[in-house]
Design a protein around this ligand. Structure first.
Ligand SMILES: Cc1cc2nc3c(=O)[nH]c(=O)nc-3n(C[C@H](O)[C@H](O)[C@H](O)COP(=O)(O)OP(=O)(O)OC[C@H]3O[C@@H](n4cnc5c(N)ncnc54)[C@H](O)[C@@H]3O)c2cc1C
Length: 251
C-alpha cells in the first residue's frame, strides 16, 4: 500500500467580500491561489487559519468557481474565527486554507436521502440538496430566518431542537436510502448510537459528523479532521468509524 501523507496542502487565499446573510451567518468570498482543486463532494470542507492565528477551524465550501470559493461562517459567542469574521475589516485579509476533503458518500441503490443539522450544517445541506438527483428531505435547526437559503423547492422542516428528538421522530421512507447529519459532537454521538442500535442501519447508510464541541471554560481541542480522514480511509475504516475517531481525538 502506498504511504499516505497526513499533511494537507495549504494555500493562501484573499478575502474579497463579506456579506451578512443573517444575524448569525456571514458569507465570505475568497480568491484562492492557482492549483487549488475542489473535490466535487458536496459536503467538502477546508481548514481555515485566520490572520494572527495558527490553529485551523473547518468550513464547508458552500460554492466555488474558478479561483474562488464561498464559506458561510456561523457567528457565535466567542471563538477564533467568530471574533475575526464579525469585523468588516476582515475583507482584504490573507488567510490560509487547506485542500478540501469530503465525507458525503451515497450508497449504491439509495432511493432517497435525509439531511439533518444545525446552522453549521446548513451550507453542506444546501449544497447536497442542490446537487441531489433523488428525493431529499431536510430538517434544519437554525435560530435565524434563513427561509431562502436552501435551493428553491427543497422539502425542508425548520425545527427547534433537540436534534435527537427530531431524528427519533422521523417517519423513515420505505426502501434503502442515505442519512447525512452534522452538528454538536455530543449530540451526534448519541444519534449514531440510535441509528446503529435502534434503527440497525448499516454503516454505509449514514454519515453523522460532530462539527463543533459545546464547551464551557477550557477551549475544546482543535483537531484537523483531514489527517484522521486520510488515515482512516487508508485503513479501510467506514465513515462512521472515522468520525467516531475524530470525536475521540478531540475529547
Ligand atoms: C467538516 C466540518 C465542516 C464545518 N462546516 C462549517 C460551516 O460551513 N460553517 C460553520 O460556521 N461551521 C462549520 N463547522 C464548524 C466550525 O468548524 C466550528 O463551529 C468551529 O469551532 C468554529 O470556530 P470558532 O473559532 O468560531 O470557535 P472556537 O474557537 O472553535 O470555539 C470557541 C467556543 O465556541 C463554542 N462553539 C464553537 N462552535 C460553535 C457553534 N457553532 N455554536 C455555538 N458555540 C460554538 C466552543 O464550544 C467554544 O466554547 C464545520 C466543522 C467541521 C468539522
Amino acid at each position: 500500500m502506498e504511504p499516505v501523507s497526513t499533511r494537507a496542502s495549504q494555500y493562501a487565499a484573499r478575502v474579497e467580500r463579506r456579506d451578512e446573510l443573517s444575524p448569525h451567518l456571514v458569507r465570505l468570498t475568497l480568491a484562492v491561489d492557482e492549483g487549488f482543486e475542489f473535490t466535487g463532494v458536496p459536503d467538502e470542507w477546508v481548514g481555515l487559519v485566520v490572520p494572527g492565528q495558527f490553529q485551523s477551524r473547518y468550513y464547508t465550501v458552500r460554492s466555488h468557481a474558478a479561483g474562488s470559493l464561498v464559506l458561510d461562517v456561523v457567528v457565535h459567542e466567542v471563538g477564533l474565527v467568530t471574533e475575526w469574521v464579525v469585523r468588516e475589516d476582515c475583507v482584504g485579509s490573507t488567510v490560509t486554507i487547506t485542500e478540501p476533503k469530503g465525507s458525503y458518500e451515497l450508497p449504491d441503490g439509495a432511493g432517497w436521502q435525509l439531511l439533518v443539522g444545525d446552522l453549521t450544517a446548513l451550507p453542506a445541506m444546501a449544497r447536497i440538496a442542490e446537487s441531489a438527483a433523488l428525493p431529499t428531505r431536510v430538517w434544519a435547526d437554525v435560530q435565524d430566518d434563513l427561509a431562502d437559503y436552501l435551493p428553491a423547492g427543497t422539502d425542508v422542516t425548520w425545527v427547534d431542537g433537540p436534534l435527537s428528538a427530531v431524528v427519533e421522530g422521523i417517519d423513515w421512507p420505505e426502501g434503502d436510502g442515505y442519512f447525512w447529519m452534522a452538528g454538536e459532537s455530543a449530540q451526534m454521538r448519541a444519534i449514531r448510537k440510535h441509528l446503529m442500535r435502534d434503527r440497525r442501519l448499516p454503516a454505509s447508510a449514514y454519515d453523522v459528523m460532530g462539527y463543533w464541541r459545546e464547551s464551557t471554560g477550557r477551549q475544546p481541542r482543535a483537531v484537523d479532521p483531514g489527517p484522521i480522514w486520510r488515515e482512516g480511509k487508508a485503513q479501510g475504516l467506514s465513515d462512521e468509524q472515522i468520525w467516531a475517531a475524530y470525536d475521540e481525538a478531540r475529547s
